[in-house]
Design a binder for this molecule. Structure first.
Ligand code: GLA
Ligand code: ZN
Length: 678
């Protein structure tokens, strides 16, 4: 049996396996059996209490915290640490009865129903007061408990409220931001359709499509509302928590996180994570199976929030209950997924949830233990993972993913594109992944980071559909290229300003000189259009931009459009332009997958970017580098068939404890954790 004592106080530097556990659903006599089974599965952390408000405070100010204290202690005696959730995603019935208007209002103006989750108005002062009270009581009791290693605020923020209070707060936010109605009217071109505002009170919350400037500011207001709500909780918590001494949590303090939802776009995640210590996310597949080439991007997105390791706070123990077909993942698939998360920088994997509650809305969700209290078949897979993590936890301690490539993500660009797709099938994330996948297929590590972060230490930066290109973004990119960086700009780049107004210039706006081309027209396509050049012969689908070369001597035309709608025939589709020490590739096409792979292969090799390792199709290889500089390689077979791969060197495989020569045999969904021998 694994002893995890060294892990307990150093959560971010160890590898944790865990589950969401709701002891309040069960008689206390049952807890020892649950904890025994957890220990036998190798669990080292449990997440408690994130929906337990009605049990913790059954009436105003009447706190019942002893049971939670006993649960934390019982878990700790089995070397299982606790992450505590603040229960604010589930305001209880008595609170709603006291303050009915803390219920959020939906788009049609109706209060949302009590009894599901996140039914609160994020700006309700009564809800804020109740939040301070319950979070305060919890942290006074558990803030210095050595077994509570971290806190999770609320659960999956997602609700948007349309109540009158939110509307007037939105108007106040606009007044502060714009200073005058004249400025707002000008930025939003409100003369259009006579939208001119002569009083702040006239401005609505957008329902459905509306003025693009108004829609963008409302998203920012929603972000700000959650940020304030989050700060309110942080202000209550932080004075009671052991401080984090070192960046990354290695100093042994208590961290605070929120469990985000990957590519969910309800608010700007960079703004929200700025105030947190640790980023975490909940990964569910739903129907079908995961596509590893794209799922890596979601992990990297979460790692990019704080630009360091993250937690996988929830993932499915085989199946969910909310999808069209709640199929079980194949045997071994979830283990490979857990390893993929770790390979991309996760320091913990937690299943949701431990045991099926007998009642409530999620009776059929996957769990480790079934309603009878006995382990499900899936439990064995978790147990295998428990053995895996125990074997390599110290090897991977204090290790991080290192990348030479960054992909820039921008919520404002994404929102603006999604509201005006121009082609029904144009999807920001799909287009983003169109650039991520060819890298993943070659085992090239990439960071997914905000378009507003420094770009030091990268060789290659890709800015997929960076629609909003303000001066500070442009300046950073210019500087990156001048210093020798390779930059890829794509379709839908450089069209908008910070207010979601069109720039009075041709694309890519302020980067025209850098790109050596301008876009003279964009076309939404009914049918694919031929694109050919030295590097590939293929097609562009959905979208095509007609480029005009500005720097005739410097710009190299890589590919041109073939015969199509007449407007594109023979015009440049992909160009390369040297600038300073670096170069800029402009991709005006949305290439087919084979051509896109060839394009990215050329781009990465010109930029001198190295793959982690070569693998057969379906096998992923990633690398984490420890603080001491040791390289740990993780190879994951995402296929249902055995795969044979060549290693560039003899290695030690740490899950089996065996040495391997230059040939590595990976079982279906098999995993290897390797360090180089000699
Ligand atoms: C979300 C929630 C969990 C649970 C799962 C079920 O991620 O955070 O509480 O409802 O979904 O898949
Ligand atoms: Zn509201």
């Amino acid at each position: 049996m694994r002893e995890s004592a060294t892990c307990d106080l150093r959560p971010v530097t160890c590898l944790h396996l865990g589950a969401a556990y709701y002891p309040e659903h069960w008689p206390e006599e049952r807890w020892p059996e649950d904890i025994r089974l957890m220990r036998e599965a190798g669990l080292t952390v449990a997440r408690l209490a994130e929906f337990a408000w009605s049990t913790l405070e059954p009436a105003e100010g009447d706190f019942h915290l002893d049971w939670l204290d006993r649960a934390i202690s019982a878990l700790a005696s089995a070397s299982i640490a606790t992450v505590l959730g603040t229960p604010t995603a589930a305001p209880p019935a008595w609170l709603v009865e006291q303050h009915p208007d803390l219920l959020a209002v939906d788009e049609s103006g109706r209060h949302v129903q009590f009894g599901n989750r996140c039914h609160y108005c994020v700006n309700s002062p009564q809800f804020h007061a109740a939040t301070r009270r319950i979070v305060g009581a919890m942290v006074e009791r558990f803030g210095s408990n050595p077994h509570v290693i971290g806190w999770q605020l609320d659960n999956e923020y997602n609700r948007v409220c349309y109540c009158d209070r939110c509307r007037s707060l939105f108007q106040r936010y606009l007044a502060e931001k714009f200073g005058s109605l004249d400025a707002l009217n000008a930025h939003w071109t409100t003369r259009y359709w006579s939208q001119t505002y002569s009083a702040w009170e006239q401005i609505p919350i957008p329902i459905g499509l509306h003025n693009p400037g108004l829609m963008l500011e409302f998203k920012r207001f929603v972000t700000e509302s959650y940020r304030q709500f989050q700060r309110l909780q942080l202000d209550v918590l932080r004075p009671h928590l052991r401080p984090l001494l070192l960046v990354g949590g290695a100093g042994g303090g208590v961290w605070v996180t929120h469990n985000f939802m990957g590519w969910f776009d309800g608010f700007d995640h960079y703004a929200l994570t700025e105030d947190l210590d640790l980023a975490s996310w909940d990964w569910y597949v739903g129907t079908g199976h995961h596509d590893y080439l794209s799922s890596g991007a979601a992990h990297d997105l979460t790692r990019g929030f704080k630009r360091r390791n993250f937690w996988l706070m929830e993932t499915q123990p085989g199946s969910v209950n909310w999808s069209a077909i709640n199929n079980m993942l194949n045997k071994g698939e979830a283990r490979a997924m857990a390893w993929q998360a770790v390979a991309h920088g996760a320091d913990a994997v937690l299943y949701w949830q431990w045991r099926s509650a007998l009642g409530g809305q999620e009776q059929y969700h996957g769990t480790l233990v079934d309603p009878s209290g006995q382990p499900r078949p899936f439990y064995e897979e978790a147990q295998q993972l428990g053995r895996d993590f125990a074997a390599v936890s110290s090897l991977l301690a204090n290790s991080a993913v290192v990348s030479e490539v960054a992909l820039l993500n921008s919520y404002d660009s994404r929102w603006a594109i999604q509201w005006q797709r121009h082609h029904r099938d144009f999807d920001y994330v799909a287009h983003f992944n169109h650039y991520y996948r060819p890298l993943a297929a070659r085992n090239i590590a990439a960071d997914v980071i905000s378009a507003d972060t420094p770009l030091d230490n990268y060789k290659l930066v890709i800015a997929p559909a960076l629609l909003m290109l303000n001066e500070s973004r442009a300046a950073r990119l210019r500087d990156f290229v001048a210093r020798g960086g390779h930059l890829v700009l794509t379709i839908r780049c450089g069209m908008k300003d910070d207010y979601n107004a069109l720039l009075p210039s041709r694309q890519p706006g302020p980067l025209v000189d850098l790109a050596g081309v301008e876009i003279v027209e964009y076309y939404a396509l009914l049918d694919p259009v031929p694109v050919a050049g030295e590097w590939f012969t293929g097609t562009s689908r959905l979208w095509a931009e007609r480029l005009r070369v500005l720097d005739e001597t410097g710009t190299q035309v890589i590919a041109r459009y073939g015969e199509s709608n007449g407007w594109l025939n023979g015009h440049p589709a992909v160009t390369v332009h040297p600038h300073g020490q670096g170069r800029v590739v402009f991709v005006g096409a949305y290439l087919d997958e084979v051509s896109q792979q060839s394009l990215l292969d050329r781009i990465t090799s010109a930029a001198g970017v190295q793959p982690v390792m070569e693998t057969p199709v379906g096998v992923e290889a990633r690398r984490r580098v420890t603080a001491a500089g040791e390289e740990v390689f993780i190879a994951i077979n995402h296929e249902r068939a055995e795969q044979l791969m060549r290693l560039p060197w003899p290695a030690r495989e740490h899950l089996s404890g065996q040495s391997v020569g230059e040939e590595l045999r990976l079982a279906p969904y098999g995993v290897a954790v390797l360090t180089r021998l000699a």
